[in-house]
Each structure stands twice: as C-alpha cells, then as structure tokens.
Write a protein that binds this ligand. Structure first.
Ligand SMILES: CC(C)(COP(=O)(O)OP(=O)(O)OC[C@H]1O[C@@H](n2cnc3c(N)ncnc32)[C@H](O)[C@@H]1OP(=O)(O)O)[C@@H](O)C(=O)NCCC(=O)NCCS
Length: 285
C-alpha cells in the first residue's frame, strides 16, 4: 500500500469531474449506494471530498444528506494500491463535521461487499438491518384482485400527492426527499397509483432493463394500510409487465419489513440470496 507524504484533501468541484470519473472506473475498492442519480451528478452537493496524492485523485467520499436529516454514504472509492482504511481516516472526519453542522441526525450505508464493514464498525456504525432481494418469475401472472380501488398510471400532476403519501408511509432513513422521488418517477418504466374516491392511497414505481423489471418503491398511506391496497398494486404491476413480455420482476426490502415480505412471498416472489447489510451511525445533529 502506498504511504505518501504528499496527501491533501479537498472538496470536489466540477473541475474534478474527469479525475473522479477515472478513479471510479479503475478503483480497487468501491462502495456505491443504489442511487437514482449518477455519482458525478453529486459533484455539486456536499460533502463530496477527494483525497489527493500529489495531483492524483486516489479516493473520494460523498454523503450529501437526502432526506435532509440522513446522510447515506453514496460513494466511497479508493484507487488500487491505496488503503481504504487510511483514505477513510483522511476523509470521514471532514465529512462528518460537515453533515453534523447541517443537523444531520444519522449516517447510513447499504453495503454490497464485506470489506467496508470493519471500517464502519471502527467508527461507531452499527449493523441495524439487512436488505434482501426477491424475484418473481411467472409462468403466468397472479390473478388480478377484485378492485378495492382503481389502479391507474401515475401522471405528473400526481407527484405532489405521491410525495406527501411517501413521506407519511416511510420512516427514518428510508424516506425519499421530493427531489429523489421526482428522479425515481423520471426513471420509471411503470408508475401507478391506487385511488379510492379520487384520493391516492398508494403508489408503486418500477424500472425495467435488459435484466428484467424491478419494483423500486411501494407505499400505502398509513391509515389505509392492511386492507389489500399494497398487494393490489403489486399484482397489477406484475400483470402489466407480463403483458409487455417481461417475466422477471425483482424487488428488495428490509428483513424486518413484515408487511411487504408477506405480500411478496404470498405472490410467489422467492429470495435470491442477495443480502445487503445496513449500517447506521447516530449523530448529535
Ligand atoms: C408495505 C406496504 C406497501 C403494504 O401495503 P398494505 O396495503 O398495508 O398491504 P396489504 O394490506 O395489501 O397486505 C399486507 C399483508 O401484510 C399483512 N400485514 C399487515 N400488517 C402486518 C404486520 N404488522 N405484520 C405482518 N403482516 C402484516 C396483511 O395481513 C397482508 O397479508 P394477507 O394478504 O396475508 O392478509 C405498506 O405497509 C407501506 O406502505 N409500508 C411503508 C412503506 C414500505 O415499507 N414499503 C415497502 C418497501 S419494499
């Protein structure tokens, strides 16, 4: 591992775009959040810090708060031959000082590999949950449920109501900011809402790629939960994809999210074995 005397740290700006892009494509160690925007789109946000060895960008760390009181670790990338623990030591104190000053209540990370966990634990992060992936591969789609409400395509005019609905349904670190929800809607292959007497009670947003579809967001307004609206949205979207010829639909949820797991398992979603630990750190902010 390189131990250079020529370290410096700075806040990244748009002029660092090419160097960061080069680091991202060659990094030996990289933690990247499941995000709706690309890492380079975070450059105008803060904290986005880079570690330099002379003029060479050898590490970067970004955790801009979103939602406002939560700083997810969105990227932590380290060049080959540099130590992740050492680069973390250089970058994290500045990052945490900045988010704490902005009244962020907690930092969080959704891990994809084992290498990062010991570093996070050394800085007080705790393993609080796991996110698992499930998959539905239907020979035939589930039978549509008797309509409890009407499922229809989400329209741009619905977005404000959906933002409100989403914020009432999700707690804590799982909330989306309005901007993130707009990004999710922009990337949707199928976005639907379920309504009753013209009131939106739930919604889902799904994406599609060559690998299949992914149900990315599902929520029902708390007063209306437990009455089958969530399940109706999932059944409907599987049917919509099936009729487009998309037979594989994946989803992810937390292992302690019993309501959603019950829906997915009952509808024939099977665990893929993919499991991503969630680490959280409470801050004083
Ligand atoms: C997950 C969510 C969308 C489910 O919507 P919903 O309309 O409440 O769900 P449904 O009524 O269609 O079905 C829920 C199932 O869970 C069961 N359920 C309800 N509350 C439960 C609880 N506390 N524990 C276990 N099961 C529960 C219901 O009985 C039903 O099962 P059944 O069909 O066997 O009777 C909703 O709870 C929600 O918005 N949660 C917060 C956001 C969230 O976590 N989204 C999912 C992210 S993947």
């Amino acid at each position: 591992m390189v131990n250079s005397k020529h370290w410096s740290i700075k806040h990244a700006d748009l002029s660092d775009r090419a160097s960061i892009s080069a680091l991202l494509s060659t990094a030996r160690w990289q933690h990247q959040h499941f995000d709706w925007v690309s890492v380079l789109d975070l450059l105008s946000e803060s904290p986005f810090l880079i570690a330099l060895d002379r003029d060479l960008v050898v590490g970067c760390l970004a955790c801009p708060p979103d939602p406002p009181r939560v700083a997810w670790l969105r990227i932590f990338s380290i060049a080959a031959d540099y130590s992740p623990a050492y680069i973390w030591d250089q970058l994290w104190p500045d990052a945490v000082a900045q988010i704490s000053a902005n009244h962020v209540k907690q930092a969080a990370a959704l891990l994809s590999g084992d290498w990062f966990a010991p570093i996070l634990k050394g800085f007080g992060f705790e393993h609080t949950n796991d996110v698992i992936f499930l998959e539905h591969r239907g020979e035939a789609p589930p039978t549509p449920l008797l309509p409890l409400g009407t499922v229809r395509t989400m329209l741009p005019k619905d977005i404000e109501a959906v933002i409100e609905l989403d914020q009432s349904a999700f707690q804590d670190i799982w909330q989306y900011s309005p901007e993130t929800l707009r990004q999710a809607y922009k990337h949707a292959a199928i976005a639907t809402i379920i309504e009753h007497n013209d009131e939106p009670l739930g919604y889902q947003i799904s994406t599609a790629s060559i690998y299949g579809a992914h149900l990315a967001r599902l929520a029902v307004t708390p007063q209306w939960q437990g009455r089958g609206f969530g399940k109706a949205l999932v059944v409907d979207v599987i049917n919509r994809f099936f009729h487009q010829g998309v037979l594989k639909v994946s989803v992810n949820t937390q292992t302690d999210n019993e309501q959603s797991l019950r829906i997915y398992r009952k509808l024939g979603f099977r665990d893929t074995g993919s499991r991503h630990p969630v680490y959280q750190l409470q801050l004083d902010g």
